[in-house]
Write a protein that binds this ligand. Structure first.
Ligand code: NAD
Length: 490
């Protein structure tokens, strides 16, 4: 094991502002997907542990909700500062567990998580109701926007720290307390977030972290009667199950689910930019990105040129040691995910798509769940690789003839998370952006994010939004207050 990996401390549960062991001392192994080595263990929360965390969050709620907004703002801002003060340690934990390049975890994910806390710090002092002019008698009527109570946040492994921050920061800004369940493969960076939050002055119990299995710890959190809201990021399949469970007790939910996003290249685009954007749209983050531009729709007149350029780009995007600063394509998160991706590559070949680049596992020194940057041409939108979320560096390139054709193919999907389009025609840029059924549309760009603008899905990609002012709505409820202003009757 490398020196860096050997220095990683075992993960424990974070409840009430301190590390504790799981009931019965249960743990699971944490594996480095680039080396296949067990780097440490982590406590695995049982339903009783989940209850402990929920009770800690409940106990902390009244004081946190009543704290002055300015004080909440100060603490949230400081969490961002603490994350950046510990960026090396956090980025290392993220890369060693997820397999993503250290370049991403150090220079993008951790700084973006810090910015997310600092953005919502600003909102803590700006959560306001309205005074409402009524037509019914002499009343003063106003609304208050109040926190929900204990929020259960459940997140995926592809951006462990960032996805957690997208939920924790607005939930805390709104005055809620949180029990956070990270994905089983990537608990360590999120535990460091909890440490940073304590260092920043967050009172004990306001944020609790319960690593563990989805079917045990996650399920117990969803079923817990004292959890007011579930904020979920993960697969559409698991999301549907959570919705059914939450329905039994009418718990509030927001769902950030899967995607099969279309990235459309019109013949009038700057082709160099479009090809760079298309490659970035699928190979960044190893394609383990909910919004990955996994379907590339290319106008027929430039199709063969674009495919040839993508082949060249894919072949110049080698997999590498995720801890090396120059690596841009890391390891997939675990063996099961790698096998799933390879299985889809097999289906693409079997259904008649043309493999033009990649397509193979490529271990480093005989180890690691690395898959080559892969491009399929001659894909039809009814093929499995165009319909199902692969969640890996696999691009399906589909030809189209007209603008209407492109919009039709793009919208012919169960999902609607994101989309991109490349054109020099400003009118077409807006027109097509308005027609695409997706929560985010990039024009002449792809995979751009900013905490200030909302992100979330149409259709089976979910509902509710992370980021932007809209995310706050998911952590607040509105109370209408009526004051009788009539004069006392004698
Ligand atoms: P997943 O659905 O398997 O797991 C997500 C989380 O849910 C994990 O923490 C897991 O432990 C937990 N979980 C699993 N079963 C559960 C249950 N029965 N009850 C409660 N919790 C349970 O997804 P994944 O494989 O971790 O992540 C990949 C998926 O996440 C992809 O579909 C991807 O598109 C999606 N995703 C969406 C967004 C978005 O913002 N829309 C962002 C990132 C990832």
């Amino acid at each position: 094991m490398s020196e860096v990996a050997a220095a990683v401390k075992p993960g424990r549960l974070w409840i009430g502002g301190a590390y504790v062991d799981a009931e019965g001392g249960k743990t699971f192994d944490v594996v480095n997907p680039a080396t296949e080595e067990v780097i440490t263990t982590c406590a695995a929360a049982s339903p009783a542990d989940v209850d402990r965390a929920v009770q800690a969050a409940r106990a902390a709620f009244p004081a946190w909700a009543a704290m002055s907004p300015l004080e909440r703002q100060r603490i949230l801002w400081n969490i961002g500062e603490r994350l950046m003060a510990r960026v090396d340690e956090i980025a290392t934990a993220e890369t060693l567990t997820n397999g993503k390049p250290i370049f991403e975890s150090k220079f993008i994910d951790t700084p973006d998580a810090a910015k997310c806390f600092q953005y919502y710090a600003g909102w803590a002092t700006k959560i306001m109701g309205q005074t409402i002019p009524l037509s019914t008698g002499p009343f003063l009527n106003y609304t208050r926007r109040e926190p929900l109570g204990v929020v259960g946040a459940i997140v995926a492994w592809n951006f462990p720290l960032l996805l957690a921050s997208w939920k924790v920061a607005p939930a805390l800004a709104a005055g809620n307390t949180v029990v956070l369940k990270p994905a089983e493969f990537t608990p360590l960076s999120v535990l460091l977030l909890a440490e940073c939050a304590k260092e920043a002055g967050l009172p004990d119990g306001v944020l609790n972290v319960i690593p563990g299995k989805g079917s045990i710890a996650g399920q117990a959190l969803v079923e817990h009667p004292q959890v007011a809201k579930i904020a979920f990021t993960g697969s559409t399949e698991v999301g549907k199950g959570i919705l059914r469970t939450a329905a039994d007790r009418v718990a509030k939910v927001t769902m950030e689910l899967g995607g099969k996003s279309a990235n459309i290249v019109f013949a009038d685009a700057n082709i160099d930019d479009a090809v760079r954007g298309a490659a970035n749209g699928i190979f960044y983050g190893k394609g383990e990105i909910c919004a990955a531009g996994s379907r590339l729709l290319v106008e027929r007149s430039i199709y063969s040129d674009v495919v040839a350029r993508l082949k060249e780009r894919a072949e110049k995007s080698p997999v590498g040691d995720p801890m090396h600063p120059k690596t841009r394509l890391g390891a997939l998160v675990r063996e099961g995910q790698m096998n799933r991706v390879l299985d889809y590559i097999g289906k693409g070949k079997g259904e008649g798509a043309t493999l033009v680049a990649g397509g193979e596992r490529q271990p480093i020194n005989g180890k690691g769940y690395f898959v080559q940057a892969t491009v399929f041409a001659d894909v039809r939108n009814d093929m499995t690789i165009a319909r199902e979320e692969i969640f890996g560096p696999v691009l399906a390139v589909i030809p189209f003839d007209t603008e209407a054709d492109a919009v039709g193919i793009a919208n012919d999907s169960l999902y609607g998370l994101a989309a991109g389009l490349w054109t020099r025609d400003i009118k077409r840029g807006h027109r097509v952006a308005h027609k695409l059924e997706a929560g985010t549309v990039w024009v002449n760009a792809y995979n751009r994010y900013d905490t200030a603008t909302p992100f979330g899905g149409y259709k089976e990609s979910g509902f509710g939004r992370d980021m932007g002012p809209e995310a706050l709505d998911g952590y607040l409820q509105t109370k209408s207050v009526w004051i009788d202003l009539s004069e006392d009757r004698a």
